[in-house]
Design a protein around this ligand. Structure first.
Ligand SMILES: Nc1ncnc2c1ncn2[C@@H]1O[C@H](COP(=O)(O)OP(=O)(O)OP(=O)(O)O)[C@@H](O)[C@H]1O
Ligand SMILES: [Mg+2]
Length: 326
């Protein structure tokens, strides 16, 4: 058993609009252990990014979150948190496009130093040392010199490492990663994934890794949560879920992915569109696109039910799903 680093219960994001509220994230619960990487997979618009932003208290204006958050404190005990308190107090975030997330008017080393200074109440000098140390730790070659570079002078991979170093400066227990490798070429992507795995294994950092790329999740993540229309539809150990999917949506994602053994392409090819948050269907939200749908799916509860050890599915007809081996 790993020690739980972060626990989220019944997270709901409400979007206000003149037509009434909608809930793009609608009852998400999850937990992340120390040194564990949880992958969240799902099509565009399923609510992955909003889930991470809600956990961090970084929702854009007009969106509000409810639910409970607990984070491990110094002695490892879980304590409740408000989302806006979590930032800098144990949870860090790495975004997809480091160029837009990094302040273009600050040198790489200063960005990391600022994060270190805010967190550790370090002097300017000490924080500059710490920044170079962190850049070195995340594999920035010639860190002393690179610390003086502007973001636009660095490659995409190096920029992503700078962002990871800045996130690590606050010594987070949990790192939230939103498609951090999608904008990178395959070789650099590999290096960043290795770095994240190393941080989890060696530093015990817990992580949530959002991606629509199942092969990447298969390679990196210990557990996976498959998200559809604001809810988790299947959860479990990555291996179990990807080799024996128990939700038709997961099975469809797998069929659409090139192969979990291959690197690669984006998910495509599930017929139909994911529903808009303002018009989610009643019952199972995948029902309109599901090959197994029956009348009773319109009344299906959304809670995930256990289907095997540590493996849950929200599909009431999961037993009918032909067990397929990827
Ligand atoms: N600022 C906003 N105001 C209102 N609704 C929003 C806002 N941002 C996102 N949404 C709604 O929430 C849904 C989920 O958005 P989110 O960014 O979490 O998706 P995602 O799973 O991260 O998709 P992608 O893979 O494209 O990044 C969107 O489809 C949209 O309907
Ligand atoms: Mg997103």
């Amino acid at each position: 058993m790993t020690t739980t680093a972060l626990r989220v219960h019944d997270l709901r994001v409400t979007a206000a609009s003149p037509d009434g509220p909608s809930y793009p994230v609608d009852g998400v619960s999850l937990h992340v252990g120390q040194g564990e990487i949880l992958g969240i997979a799902g099509e565009s618009g399923s609510g992955k990014s909003l889930t991470l932003k809600a956990i961090l208290g970084l929702l854009p204006p007009g969106l509000t979150a409810t639910g409970t958050l607990q984070l491990a404190s110094g002695d490892g005990e879980l304590a409740p948190y408000q989302s806006h308190q979590v930032r800098g107090a144990g949870v860090g975030m790495v975004f997809q496009e480091p160029m837009t997330a990094l302040n273009p008017t600050m040198r790489a080393g200063d960005l990391v130093a600022l994060a270190a200074r805010l967190h550790g109440r370090l002097s300017r000098r000490a924080s500059r040392h710490r920044a170079v140390e962190l850049l070195r730790q995340v594999g920035v070659p010639d860190a002393e010199r690179r610390a003086k570079a502007w973001p636009h002078q660095l490659s995409g991979g190096l920029r992503q490492r700078v962002m990871i170093a800045a996130a690590l400066a606050a010594q987070p227990r949990v790192l939230l990663c939103d498609e951090p490798t999608t904008a990178l070429d395959v070789t650099v992507q590999h290096q960043i994934l290795r770095l994240l795995r190393w941080l989890a294994d060696e530093h015990g950092t817990g992580m949530i890794f959002v991606s629509h790329d199942l092969p990447v999740i298969a390679q990196l993540c210990d557990r996976i949560a498959v998200m559809y229309a604001g809810r988790f539809v299947e959860t479990g150990y990555t291996r179990d879920v990807l080799t024996h999917p128990r939700h038709p949506y997961t099975a469809a994602l797998l069929r659409a992915a090139p192969s979990v053994d291959q690197r690669g392409e984006q998910l495509a090819g599930i017929s139909g569109q994911p529903p808009d948050a303002r018009a989610f269907p009643a019952g199972c939200r995948f029902r309109p696109r599901c090959p197994l749908a029956r009348d009773d799916c319109a009344h299906a509860p959304y809670e995930i039910q256990p289907v095997a050890a540590e493996h849950g599915s929200a599909c009431i007809h999961h037993a009918d799903l032909e067990v397929r081996t990827a």
